[in-house]
Unconditional design. Sequence first.
Length: 147
Amino acid sequence: MPSRRVTHSVGFLLEDSARLFRRAFGARNRETTITALQYRVLAYVARRPGMGQRAMADLIEVEPITLSRMVDRLAAAGLAERRPDAADRRAWRLYLTRRGARHLRAARTISLAVGEIATEGMSEADRALLVQLVEHVRSNLSRRTGD
């Protein structure tokens, strides 16, 4: 019986690649013990100090209570801190601690190493093109949420 070539959609391939990337990140991340999602949160907090929890939840697409629990764990580990919002006493602003910055640097190193593994055998031009194409896909989809 002839074999059939299975072709997957771009969405399937990107999601499956992201899953494998998270798994490889977790397997190499013994030093910091943060998850790939926690790494994303810390990275966003580092880029946008003082970001509100609701905005962060929207950005990473989790429920506010899910983010609240995650921030609880990050704060308990001394990686992030909440500060009251001066304009809204019910809201919290998120900030990275020094320890969080060290963990973020270590996690970034791991992420880059996993990226090297993921793109092994690709030329620099192919790697640059891959990044450009994935950024284009992300841009297209971020403009069209709700379609």
